[in-house]
Ligand binder design. Structure first.
Ligand code: DQQ
Length: 572
Protein backbone atom coordinates (compact mmCIF):
# COMPACT_ATOMS: atom_id res chain seq x y z
CA UNK A 1 0.00 0.00 0.00
CA UNK A 2 2.78 2.41 1.00
CA UNK A 3 4.61 1.49 -2.20
CA UNK A 4 1.51 2.18 -4.26
CA UNK A 5 1.01 5.52 -2.57
CA UNK A 6 4.65 6.43 -3.16
CA UNK A 7 4.34 5.36 -6.79
CA UNK A 8 1.19 7.47 -7.34
CA UNK A 9 2.82 10.46 -5.67
CA UNK A 10 5.91 10.07 -7.83
CA UNK A 11 3.80 9.90 -11.02
CA UNK A 12 1.84 12.95 -9.92
CA UNK A 13 5.03 14.88 -9.10
CA UNK A 14 6.67 13.95 -12.40
CA UNK A 15 3.54 14.90 -14.32
CA UNK A 16 3.28 18.26 -12.60
CA UNK A 17 6.97 18.92 -13.14
CA UNK A 18 6.56 18.10 -16.82
CA UNK A 19 3.49 20.31 -17.12
CA UNK A 20 5.11 23.18 -15.25
CA UNK A 21 8.30 22.93 -17.27
CA UNK A 22 6.39 22.63 -20.48
CA UNK A 23 4.34 25.70 -19.70
CA UNK A 24 7.55 27.62 -19.07
CA UNK A 25 9.16 26.33 -22.23
CA UNK A 26 6.12 27.28 -24.25
CA UNK A 27 6.19 30.75 -22.78
CA UNK A 28 9.91 31.05 -23.35
CA UNK A 29 9.48 29.85 -26.93
CA UNK A 30 6.73 32.36 -27.55
CA UNK A 31 9.07 35.08 -26.39
CA UNK A 32 12.09 33.81 -28.22
CA UNK A 33 10.12 33.89 -31.49
CA UNK A 34 9.60 37.58 -31.13
CA UNK A 35 13.06 38.17 -29.74
CA UNK A 36 15.37 40.37 -31.74
CA UNK A 37 18.60 38.59 -32.65
CA UNK A 38 21.21 38.91 -35.30
CA UNK A 39 21.89 42.60 -35.05
CA UNK A 40 25.41 43.99 -34.66
CA UNK A 41 24.67 45.90 -31.43
CA UNK A 42 22.47 43.31 -29.75
CA UNK A 43 24.53 41.86 -26.91
CA UNK A 44 25.46 38.20 -26.55
CA UNK A 45 25.66 37.78 -22.78
CA UNK A 46 24.16 40.89 -21.18
CA UNK A 47 20.59 40.89 -19.95
CA UNK A 48 18.10 42.34 -22.42
CA UNK A 49 14.34 41.86 -22.77
CA UNK A 50 13.21 40.24 -26.03
CA UNK A 51 12.64 43.73 -27.48
CA UNK A 52 11.64 47.36 -26.77
CA UNK A 53 12.66 49.81 -24.06
CA UNK A 54 14.12 48.80 -20.67
CA UNK A 55 15.39 50.96 -17.83
CA UNK A 56 15.82 50.36 -14.06
CA UNK A 57 16.37 46.91 -12.55
CA UNK A 58 13.58 46.23 -10.03
CA UNK A 59 13.12 43.78 -7.18
CA UNK A 60 16.06 41.43 -7.85
CA UNK A 61 15.96 38.38 -5.58
CA UNK A 62 16.62 34.69 -5.20
CA UNK A 63 13.62 32.59 -4.21
CA UNK A 64 13.70 28.79 -3.92
CA UNK A 65 16.97 28.65 -5.85
CA UNK A 66 15.66 30.76 -8.75
CA UNK A 67 16.97 34.26 -9.46
CA UNK A 68 14.37 36.83 -10.46
CA UNK A 69 14.96 40.07 -12.26
CA UNK A 70 12.12 42.53 -12.78
CA UNK A 71 12.77 45.65 -14.78
CA UNK A 72 11.13 48.83 -15.98
CA UNK A 73 9.83 47.90 -19.43
CA UNK A 74 7.88 49.77 -22.06
CA UNK A 75 6.45 46.86 -24.02
CA UNK A 76 5.30 48.75 -27.12
CA UNK A 77 8.40 50.40 -28.50
CA UNK A 78 12.02 51.43 -28.12
CA UNK A 79 11.24 54.93 -26.83
CA UNK A 80 9.97 55.04 -23.27
CA UNK A 81 6.44 56.19 -22.43
CA UNK A 82 6.72 56.57 -18.68
CA UNK A 83 2.95 56.45 -18.12
CA UNK A 84 2.78 52.96 -19.62
CA UNK A 85 5.73 51.35 -17.88
CA UNK A 86 5.24 47.77 -16.61
CA UNK A 87 7.42 45.42 -14.53
CA UNK A 88 9.07 43.09 -17.05
CA UNK A 89 10.12 39.76 -15.53
CA UNK A 90 12.70 37.06 -16.19
CA UNK A 91 14.11 34.15 -14.18
CA UNK A 92 17.41 32.31 -14.15
CA UNK A 93 19.23 29.51 -12.37
CA UNK A 94 22.65 31.12 -12.82
CA UNK A 95 22.26 34.90 -13.34
CA UNK A 96 23.48 34.44 -16.90
CA UNK A 97 20.87 32.43 -18.86
CA UNK A 98 17.41 33.97 -18.53
CA UNK A 99 13.88 32.86 -19.33
CA UNK A 100 11.55 35.74 -20.12
CA UNK A 101 8.04 35.77 -18.63
CA UNK A 102 5.03 37.98 -19.11
CA UNK A 103 5.08 41.25 -17.15
CA UNK A 104 4.63 40.74 -13.40
CA UNK A 105 2.83 44.05 -12.75
CA UNK A 106 0.99 46.23 -15.22
CA UNK A 107 -0.98 49.47 -14.77
CA UNK A 108 -4.54 48.41 -13.92
CA UNK A 109 -5.75 50.24 -10.80
CA UNK A 110 -6.30 53.90 -9.87
CA UNK A 111 -3.14 53.57 -7.74
CA UNK A 112 -0.88 52.66 -10.69
CA UNK A 113 -2.84 53.35 -13.87
CA UNK A 114 -0.21 55.83 -15.12
CA UNK A 115 2.76 53.54 -14.70
CA UNK A 116 4.19 50.83 -12.44
CA UNK A 117 7.52 52.37 -11.49
CA UNK A 118 10.57 51.19 -9.62
CA UNK A 119 10.59 49.26 -6.38
CA UNK A 120 12.08 46.36 -4.49
CA UNK A 121 11.43 42.91 -3.12
CA UNK A 122 11.61 42.03 0.58
CA UNK A 123 11.77 38.40 1.72
CA UNK A 124 9.59 38.16 4.82
CA UNK A 125 10.67 35.99 7.79
CA UNK A 126 8.22 33.34 6.51
CA UNK A 127 10.43 33.16 3.40
CA UNK A 128 7.74 34.71 1.20
CA UNK A 129 8.68 37.57 -1.13
CA UNK A 130 6.63 40.76 -1.44
CA UNK A 131 7.02 43.72 -3.77
CA UNK A 132 6.82 47.40 -2.84
CA UNK A 133 6.61 49.60 -5.94
CA UNK A 134 5.71 53.13 -6.93
CA UNK A 135 2.48 53.62 -8.81
CA UNK A 136 1.88 56.76 -10.82
CA UNK A 137 -1.77 57.12 -9.93
CA UNK A 138 -4.83 58.36 -11.71
CA UNK A 139 -3.94 61.93 -10.71
CA UNK A 140 -0.27 61.47 -11.66
CA UNK A 141 0.69 61.39 -8.00
CA UNK A 142 3.46 59.01 -6.97
CA UNK A 143 2.20 56.51 -4.36
CA UNK A 144 3.61 53.32 -2.83
CA UNK A 145 1.93 49.97 -3.51
CA UNK A 146 2.25 46.34 -2.43
CA UNK A 147 2.02 43.13 -4.49
CA UNK A 148 2.31 39.46 -3.48
CA UNK A 149 2.86 36.29 -5.49
CA UNK A 150 -0.44 34.72 -6.52
CA UNK A 151 0.81 31.16 -6.30
CA UNK A 152 3.88 30.38 -4.21
CA UNK A 153 4.13 26.89 -5.66
CA UNK A 154 4.79 28.31 -9.13
CA UNK A 155 8.60 28.02 -9.24
CA UNK A 156 8.76 31.13 -11.45
CA UNK A 157 6.27 33.28 -9.47
CA UNK A 158 4.77 34.45 -12.74
CA UNK A 159 1.62 36.04 -11.35
CA UNK A 160 1.41 38.78 -8.76
CA UNK A 161 -1.64 40.10 -6.91
CA UNK A 162 -1.88 43.74 -5.96
CA UNK A 163 -2.99 44.50 -2.42
CA UNK A 164 -6.64 45.58 -2.19
CA UNK A 165 -5.58 48.36 0.19
CA UNK A 166 -3.22 50.02 -2.30
CA UNK A 167 -1.98 52.69 -2.19
CA UNK A 168 -0.27 52.11 1.15
CA UNK A 169 1.39 55.52 1.30
CA UNK A 170 0.37 58.74 -0.45
CA UNK A 171 1.64 62.30 -0.58
CA UNK A 172 -1.04 64.53 0.91
CA UNK A 173 -1.88 67.89 2.46
CA UNK A 174 -0.73 66.69 5.89
CA UNK A 175 2.70 65.29 5.07
CA UNK A 176 3.52 67.96 2.43
CA UNK A 177 5.38 65.46 0.31
CA UNK A 178 5.84 66.61 -3.26
CA UNK A 179 3.55 64.26 -5.21
CA UNK A 180 5.82 64.17 -8.27
CA UNK A 181 8.98 63.48 -6.21
CA UNK A 182 8.07 60.48 -4.09
CA UNK A 183 9.22 57.19 -5.45
CA UNK A 184 11.28 53.98 -5.53
CA UNK A 185 10.78 52.12 -2.20
CA UNK A 186 13.74 50.06 -1.04
CA UNK A 187 13.95 46.53 0.27
CA UNK A 188 12.64 46.82 3.83
CA UNK A 189 14.67 45.82 6.88
CA UNK A 190 13.59 44.69 10.31
CA UNK A 191 14.89 47.14 12.87
CA UNK A 192 14.50 47.82 16.54
CA UNK A 193 11.13 46.82 18.12
CA UNK A 194 10.61 44.28 15.36
CA UNK A 195 9.25 46.95 13.06
CA UNK A 196 9.89 47.09 9.35
CA UNK A 197 11.64 50.09 7.89
CA UNK A 198 11.90 51.22 4.28
CA UNK A 199 12.90 54.40 2.53
CA UNK A 200 11.69 56.16 -0.59
CA UNK A 201 13.46 58.83 -2.59
CA UNK A 202 12.16 62.39 -2.54
CA UNK A 203 13.06 66.07 -2.78
CA UNK A 204 11.98 69.33 -1.15
CA UNK A 205 13.28 72.21 -3.18
CA UNK A 206 16.93 71.27 -3.83
CA UNK A 207 17.10 69.01 -0.75
CA UNK A 208 17.38 65.31 -1.65
CA UNK A 209 15.76 63.00 0.90
CA UNK A 210 15.44 59.37 1.92
CA UNK A 211 12.02 59.44 3.61
CA UNK A 212 11.73 56.76 6.28
CA UNK A 213 8.64 54.65 6.96
CA UNK A 214 7.99 52.02 9.63
CA UNK A 215 5.41 49.26 9.82
CA UNK A 216 4.42 46.28 11.97
CA UNK A 217 2.53 44.36 9.32
CA UNK A 218 4.05 45.58 6.02
CA UNK A 219 0.66 47.05 5.06
CA UNK A 220 0.16 50.01 7.33
CA UNK A 221 3.19 52.35 7.09
CA UNK A 222 3.91 55.40 9.22
CA UNK A 223 6.27 58.20 8.18
CA UNK A 224 9.05 58.85 10.69
CA UNK A 225 9.47 62.40 11.92
CA UNK A 226 12.99 62.55 10.46
CA UNK A 227 14.23 61.18 7.16
CA UNK A 228 16.90 58.46 7.32
CA UNK A 229 19.23 60.96 5.64
CA UNK A 230 19.14 64.04 3.41
CA UNK A 231 21.42 66.48 1.65
CA UNK A 232 20.79 70.09 0.78
CA UNK A 233 21.56 70.91 -2.80
CA UNK A 234 21.72 67.49 -4.43
CA UNK A 235 18.22 67.50 -5.98
CA UNK A 236 15.92 64.50 -6.38
CA UNK A 237 17.13 61.17 -4.95
CA UNK A 238 15.88 58.36 -7.18
CA UNK A 239 16.16 54.64 -6.51
CA UNK A 240 17.79 54.79 -3.05
CA UNK A 241 19.41 51.58 -1.82
CA UNK A 242 20.38 51.02 1.82
CA UNK A 243 22.21 47.91 2.94
CA UNK A 244 24.82 46.55 5.35
CA UNK A 245 28.27 45.33 4.29
CA UNK A 246 30.58 43.13 6.40
CA UNK A 247 33.73 44.80 7.72
CA UNK A 248 35.69 41.58 8.10
CA UNK A 249 34.45 39.51 5.17
CA UNK A 250 33.66 39.85 1.48
CA UNK A 251 30.54 37.71 2.02
CA UNK A 252 27.28 39.61 1.75
CA UNK A 253 24.90 40.08 4.66
CA UNK A 254 21.12 40.15 4.78
CA UNK A 255 19.50 43.59 4.64
CA UNK A 256 18.16 43.14 8.18
CA UNK A 257 21.57 42.17 9.67
CA UNK A 258 23.00 44.46 12.30
CA UNK A 259 26.12 43.75 14.28
CA UNK A 260 29.32 45.46 15.22
CA UNK A 261 30.98 43.99 12.17
CA UNK A 262 28.88 45.80 9.56
CA UNK A 263 28.94 49.25 8.06
CA UNK A 264 26.03 50.64 6.06
CA UNK A 265 25.90 51.90 2.50
CA UNK A 266 23.46 54.48 1.17
CA UNK A 267 23.31 54.77 -2.59
CA UNK A 268 21.22 57.35 -4.37
CA UNK A 269 20.67 57.92 -8.08
CA UNK A 270 20.90 61.66 -8.64
CA UNK A 271 18.43 62.64 -11.33
CA UNK A 272 20.42 65.86 -11.94
CA UNK A 273 23.46 63.97 -13.25
CA UNK A 274 22.05 60.49 -14.03
CA UNK A 275 24.81 58.88 -11.95
CA UNK A 276 24.74 56.59 -8.89
CA UNK A 277 26.67 57.79 -5.82
CA UNK A 278 27.28 55.92 -2.56
CA UNK A 279 28.49 56.75 0.91
CA UNK A 280 29.68 54.39 3.63
CA UNK A 281 28.61 55.11 7.18
CA UNK A 282 26.85 54.05 10.33
CA UNK A 283 23.20 53.30 10.86
CA UNK A 284 22.12 54.44 14.31
CA UNK A 285 19.31 51.98 15.03
CA UNK A 286 18.00 53.88 18.02
CA UNK A 287 17.62 57.25 16.30
CA UNK A 288 16.89 55.60 12.97
CA UNK A 289 19.43 57.83 11.29
CA UNK A 290 22.20 57.14 8.87
CA UNK A 291 25.45 59.06 9.37
CA UNK A 292 28.07 58.91 6.59
CA UNK A 293 31.67 58.42 7.72
CA UNK A 294 34.02 61.42 7.73
CA UNK A 295 34.94 62.37 4.21
CA UNK A 296 31.67 61.18 2.64
CA UNK A 297 28.88 63.55 1.60
CA UNK A 298 25.73 62.26 -0.13
CA UNK A 299 26.08 64.40 -3.24
CA UNK A 300 28.08 64.56 -6.46
CA UNK A 301 31.34 64.45 -4.50
CA UNK A 302 30.60 60.89 -3.28
CA UNK A 303 32.19 57.92 -5.04
CA UNK A 304 30.32 56.34 -7.93
CA UNK A 305 29.67 52.66 -8.59
CA UNK A 306 30.66 53.28 -12.18
CA UNK A 307 32.22 56.27 -13.91
CA UNK A 308 30.61 55.56 -17.28
CA UNK A 309 26.99 54.71 -18.05
CA UNK A 310 25.24 53.04 -15.11
CA UNK A 311 22.11 54.23 -13.34
CA UNK A 312 19.15 53.39 -11.06
CA UNK A 313 21.06 50.40 -9.67
CA UNK A 314 19.83 48.04 -6.98
CA UNK A 315 21.44 45.33 -4.85
CA UNK A 316 20.02 42.17 -3.29
CA UNK A 317 21.36 39.61 -0.87
CA UNK A 318 21.92 36.19 -2.46
CA UNK A 319 21.37 34.03 0.62
CA UNK A 320 22.36 30.82 -1.21
CA UNK A 321 25.81 32.06 -2.18
CA UNK A 322 26.20 34.52 0.68
CA UNK A 323 26.95 37.50 -1.49
CA UNK A 324 25.42 40.89 -2.27
CA UNK A 325 24.80 41.44 -5.96
CA UNK A 326 24.47 44.75 -7.79
CA UNK A 327 22.35 45.28 -10.91
CA UNK A 328 22.50 48.55 -12.88
CA UNK A 329 20.84 49.94 -15.98
CA UNK A 330 23.09 50.89 -18.91
CA UNK A 331 21.29 53.16 -21.35
CA UNK A 332 22.03 53.60 -25.05
CA UNK A 333 24.39 56.30 -26.35
CA UNK A 334 22.72 56.36 -29.74
CA UNK A 335 20.01 58.72 -31.04
CA UNK A 336 16.36 57.76 -30.63
CA UNK A 337 15.94 57.12 -34.35
CA UNK A 338 18.64 54.42 -34.20
CA UNK A 339 16.95 52.80 -31.19
CA UNK A 340 13.66 52.73 -33.06
CA UNK A 341 15.41 51.11 -36.03
CA UNK A 342 16.98 48.48 -33.72
CA UNK A 343 13.65 47.93 -31.97
CA UNK A 344 15.16 48.05 -28.49
CA UNK A 345 16.99 50.26 -26.01
CA UNK A 346 18.70 49.62 -22.68
CA UNK A 347 20.85 46.87 -21.15
CA UNK A 348 21.60 45.66 -17.67
CA UNK A 349 25.28 45.56 -16.72
CA UNK A 350 26.66 42.12 -15.81
CA UNK A 351 25.53 41.47 -12.22
CA UNK A 352 28.44 42.31 -9.92
CA UNK A 353 29.34 40.98 -6.51
CA UNK A 354 29.82 43.98 -4.23
CA UNK A 355 31.66 44.14 -0.91
CA UNK A 356 33.56 46.51 1.37
CA UNK A 357 37.25 46.93 0.64
CA UNK A 358 39.66 46.18 3.50
CA UNK A 359 40.32 49.92 3.82
CA UNK A 360 36.64 50.37 4.76
CA UNK A 361 36.66 53.37 2.46
CA UNK A 362 35.27 52.05 -0.77
CA UNK A 363 33.18 49.26 -2.30
CA UNK A 364 34.69 46.64 -4.55
CA UNK A 365 32.84 45.15 -7.53
CA UNK A 366 33.49 42.07 -9.63
CA UNK A 367 31.40 40.28 -12.28
CA UNK A 368 29.62 37.27 -10.73
CA UNK A 369 31.74 34.16 -11.13
CA UNK A 370 29.01 32.39 -13.16
CA UNK A 371 29.91 34.59 -16.14
CA UNK A 372 33.15 32.60 -16.46
CA UNK A 373 31.10 29.59 -17.65
CA UNK A 374 30.63 31.40 -20.95
CA UNK A 375 34.38 31.51 -21.57
CA UNK A 376 35.55 29.29 -24.46
CA UNK A 377 38.79 29.63 -26.44
CA UNK A 378 41.53 31.21 -24.38
CA UNK A 379 44.56 33.16 -25.55
CA UNK A 380 47.28 33.45 -22.94
CA UNK A 381 50.38 35.63 -22.87
CA UNK A 382 53.06 35.99 -20.28
CA UNK A 383 55.82 38.54 -19.86
CA UNK A 384 55.44 40.51 -23.07
CA UNK A 385 57.12 43.86 -23.26
CA UNK A 386 55.18 46.74 -24.76
CA UNK A 387 58.06 48.91 -25.94
CA UNK A 388 57.91 52.62 -25.14
CA UNK A 389 57.32 55.03 -27.98
CA UNK A 390 54.34 53.24 -29.54
CA UNK A 391 53.52 49.51 -29.36
CA UNK A 392 50.46 47.83 -30.70
CA UNK A 393 49.99 44.07 -30.39
CA UNK A 394 47.04 42.23 -31.94
CA UNK A 395 45.51 39.60 -29.64
CA UNK A 396 44.75 36.93 -32.23
CA UNK A 397 42.54 33.95 -31.67
CA UNK A 398 39.49 35.24 -29.76
CA UNK A 399 36.14 36.52 -30.97
CA UNK A 400 37.01 40.13 -30.28
CA UNK A 401 33.39 41.31 -30.51
CA UNK A 402 32.41 39.11 -27.56
CA UNK A 403 35.24 38.55 -25.12
CA UNK A 404 36.49 38.71 -21.54
CA UNK A 405 40.04 40.05 -21.10
CA UNK A 406 42.19 40.18 -17.98
CA UNK A 407 45.59 41.86 -18.08
CA UNK A 408 48.23 42.45 -15.46
CA UNK A 409 50.56 45.36 -16.26
CA UNK A 410 53.84 46.17 -14.55
CA UNK A 411 55.41 49.54 -15.09
CA UNK A 412 58.95 50.58 -14.30
CA UNK A 413 60.79 53.88 -14.50
CA UNK A 414 58.27 55.59 -12.26
CA UNK A 415 60.63 58.52 -11.91
CA UNK A 416 59.94 59.25 -15.59
CA UNK A 417 56.23 59.84 -14.97
CA UNK A 418 54.99 63.31 -15.91
CA UNK A 419 53.96 65.60 -13.09
CA UNK A 420 50.22 66.07 -13.02
CA UNK A 421 49.13 69.63 -13.83
CA UNK A 422 47.85 71.36 -10.68
CA UNK A 423 44.46 72.05 -12.28
CA UNK A 424 43.90 68.44 -13.34
CA UNK A 425 41.51 67.42 -10.61
CA UNK A 426 38.80 65.99 -12.84
CA UNK A 427 39.90 62.66 -14.32
CA UNK A 428 37.24 62.80 -17.01
CA UNK A 429 38.81 66.03 -18.28
CA UNK A 430 42.24 64.37 -18.32
CA UNK A 431 40.80 61.54 -20.42
CA UNK A 432 38.94 63.99 -22.68
CA UNK A 433 41.92 66.11 -23.66
CA UNK A 434 42.47 66.35 -27.35
CA UNK A 435 44.99 63.69 -28.33
CA UNK A 436 45.01 62.25 -24.79
CA UNK A 437 45.70 58.89 -26.34
CA UNK A 438 48.50 59.87 -28.67
CA UNK A 439 50.49 61.88 -26.14
CA UNK A 440 53.84 60.36 -25.48
CA UNK A 441 53.96 60.97 -21.77
CA UNK A 442 56.33 59.09 -19.51
CA UNK A 443 54.01 56.40 -18.21
CA UNK A 444 51.16 55.67 -20.50
CA UNK A 445 48.72 55.84 -22.00
CA UNK A 446 48.80 52.02 -22.11
CA UNK A 447 45.99 49.50 -22.11
CA UNK A 448 43.50 47.87 -24.48
CA UNK A 449 41.92 48.89 -27.73
CA UNK A 450 38.68 46.96 -28.00
CA UNK A 451 35.98 46.72 -30.66
CA UNK A 452 38.69 47.95 -33.04
CA UNK A 453 38.76 47.79 -36.83
CA UNK A 454 41.88 46.33 -38.46
CA UNK A 455 43.37 49.68 -39.42
CA UNK A 456 42.15 51.49 -36.33
CA UNK A 457 39.57 53.61 -38.09
CA UNK A 458 37.48 52.69 -35.05
CA UNK A 459 38.35 51.60 -31.52
CA UNK A 460 37.37 52.10 -27.91
CA UNK A 461 40.43 52.48 -25.73
CA UNK A 462 40.48 51.43 -22.10
CA UNK A 463 43.76 52.70 -20.72
CA UNK A 464 45.83 53.96 -17.82
CA UNK A 465 48.10 56.95 -17.33
CA UNK A 466 50.39 57.37 -14.36
CA UNK A 467 51.45 60.78 -13.09
CA UNK A 468 53.65 62.04 -10.30
CA UNK A 469 51.55 63.86 -7.72
CA UNK A 470 54.01 66.79 -7.57
CA UNK A 471 57.51 67.73 -8.65
CA UNK A 472 59.26 66.27 -5.64
CA UNK A 473 56.86 63.60 -4.48
CA UNK A 474 57.23 59.87 -4.77
CA UNK A 475 53.45 59.58 -4.74
CA UNK A 476 51.70 58.79 -7.97
CA UNK A 477 48.25 59.30 -9.38
CA UNK A 478 46.76 56.64 -11.66
CA UNK A 479 44.02 57.65 -14.10
CA UNK A 480 41.78 55.09 -15.82
CA UNK A 481 39.98 56.08 -19.02
CA UNK A 482 37.35 54.50 -21.24
CA UNK A 483 37.49 56.61 -24.34
CA UNK A 484 34.64 56.40 -26.85
CA UNK A 485 35.79 59.32 -29.00
CA UNK A 486 37.02 57.03 -31.84
CA UNK A 487 34.55 54.23 -31.23
CA UNK A 488 32.54 54.66 -34.43
CA UNK A 489 32.62 56.34 -37.80
CA UNK A 490 29.02 57.27 -37.04
CA UNK A 491 29.16 60.83 -35.79
CA UNK A 492 25.82 60.92 -34.03
CA UNK A 493 26.52 58.79 -30.97
CA UNK A 494 27.56 60.14 -27.59
CA UNK A 495 31.36 59.86 -27.64
CA UNK A 496 32.29 60.95 -24.11
CA UNK A 497 35.73 59.94 -22.84
CA UNK A 498 35.02 58.65 -19.35
CA UNK A 499 37.66 58.82 -16.66
CA UNK A 500 38.26 58.09 -12.98
CA UNK A 501 41.13 57.91 -10.53
CA UNK A 502 42.29 54.39 -9.74
CA UNK A 503 43.58 54.02 -6.20
CA UNK A 504 46.43 51.53 -6.78
CA UNK A 505 50.14 51.62 -6.21
CA UNK A 506 52.02 51.70 -9.53
CA UNK A 507 54.91 49.93 -7.74
CA UNK A 508 52.70 46.82 -7.82
CA UNK A 509 51.23 45.09 -10.88
CA UNK A 510 48.00 46.83 -11.99
CA UNK A 511 45.10 44.68 -13.16
CA UNK A 512 42.52 45.58 -15.77
CA UNK A 513 39.57 43.42 -16.79
CA UNK A 514 37.26 44.30 -19.65
CA UNK A 515 34.04 42.57 -20.70
CA UNK A 516 33.38 43.24 -24.38
CA UNK A 517 29.95 42.47 -25.78
CA UNK A 518 29.22 43.98 -29.21
CA UNK A 519 28.02 47.41 -28.06
CA UNK A 520 29.04 47.46 -24.39
CA UNK A 521 32.49 47.66 -22.82
CA UNK A 522 32.55 47.12 -19.04
CA UNK A 523 35.93 47.66 -17.39
CA UNK A 524 37.19 46.91 -13.88
CA UNK A 525 40.47 48.52 -12.74
CA UNK A 526 42.52 47.32 -9.75
CA UNK A 527 40.45 44.12 -9.35
CA UNK A 528 37.20 46.08 -8.99
CA UNK A 529 38.23 49.31 -7.28
CA UNK A 530 37.07 51.47 -10.18
CA UNK A 531 34.54 50.55 -12.89
CA UNK A 532 33.74 52.29 -16.16
CA UNK A 533 31.04 51.19 -18.61
CA UNK A 534 30.80 52.48 -22.18
CA UNK A 535 28.27 51.98 -24.99
CA UNK A 536 29.65 52.07 -28.52
CA UNK A 537 28.34 51.37 -32.03
CA UNK A 538 31.15 50.66 -34.50
CA UNK A 539 30.41 50.55 -38.21
CA UNK A 540 33.46 48.51 -39.29
CA UNK A 541 34.48 46.65 -36.12
CA UNK A 542 31.53 44.29 -36.19
CA UNK A 543 31.48 40.48 -35.77
CA UNK A 544 34.50 38.83 -37.39
CA UNK A 545 35.91 42.19 -38.43
CA UNK A 546 36.59 43.11 -34.84
CA UNK A 547 40.09 43.23 -33.34
CA UNK A 548 41.50 43.41 -29.88
CA UNK A 549 44.84 45.16 -29.30
CA UNK A 550 47.14 45.88 -26.40
CA UNK A 551 49.02 49.16 -26.74
CA UNK A 552 51.52 51.45 -25.11
CA UNK A 553 51.90 55.04 -26.29
CA UNK A 554 54.03 56.17 -23.35
CA UNK A 555 57.77 56.66 -23.67
CA UNK A 556 58.65 53.98 -21.09
CA UNK A 557 58.33 50.22 -21.60
CA UNK A 558 55.40 48.51 -19.92
CA UNK A 559 55.47 44.82 -19.13
CA UNK A 560 52.37 42.67 -19.67
CA UNK A 561 53.00 40.21 -16.84
CA UNK A 562 50.01 38.16 -17.99
CA UNK A 563 47.10 38.46 -20.35
CA UNK A 564 44.18 36.06 -20.71
CA UNK A 565 41.51 36.69 -23.30
CA UNK A 566 38.56 34.39 -23.76
CA UNK A 567 35.95 34.21 -26.48
CA UNK A 568 32.55 34.42 -24.83
CA UNK A 569 29.60 32.24 -25.79
CA UNK A 570 26.21 33.88 -25.95
CA UNK A 571 23.89 33.23 -23.05
CA UNK A 572 20.35 31.92 -23.61
N1 DQQ B 1 12.79 55.31 -13.33
C1 DQQ B 1 11.48 54.96 -12.83
C2 DQQ B 1 11.31 55.76 -11.58
C3 DQQ B 1 12.71 56.05 -11.18
C4 DQQ B 1 13.38 56.30 -12.50
C5 DQQ B 1 10.44 55.18 -13.89
C6 DQQ B 1 14.88 56.19 -12.43
O1 DQQ B 1 10.60 55.05 -10.60
O2 DQQ B 1 12.81 57.14 -10.31
O3 DQQ B 1 10.70 54.33 -14.97
O4 DQQ B 1 15.43 55.88 -13.68
Amino acid sequence: MADLLWCNTAIFLLASLFLADNATNIEALKHSHSRITNQPYRTGYHFQPPKNWMNDPNGPMIYNGVYHLFYQWYPNGAVMKVNEIVWGHATSKDLINWTPHSPAIKPSRPSDINGCWSGSVTILPSGKPVILYTGNDVNNRQVQNLAKPKNLSDPYLRHWTKSPVNPLVTPNAVNHINSTSFRDPTTAWLGRNGRWRMITGSQEGRRGLALLYTSRDFVSWKQSAKPLHYNDGSGMWECPDFFPVGTTTSHGVDTSSFSVSVKHVLKVSLSDTSHDYYTIGTYDQVRDQYVPDDGFVQDVTAPRYDYGKFYASKTFYDSVNRRRILWGWVNESSPEKDNIKKGWAGLQAIPRKIWLDESGKRLMQWPVKEIERLRTTQVKWENKVLKGGGSLLDVHGVTASQADVEVLFKVSGLEKADVIEPGWTDPQLICSQKNALSVNSGLGPFGLMVLASRNLEEYTSVYLRIFKASQKSKDHVVVMCSDQSRSSLDKENDKTSYGAFLDVSPYQPISLRTLIDNSIVESFGGRGKTCITSRVYPKLAIGENTHLFVFNNGSQNVNVLSLSAWSMKSSL
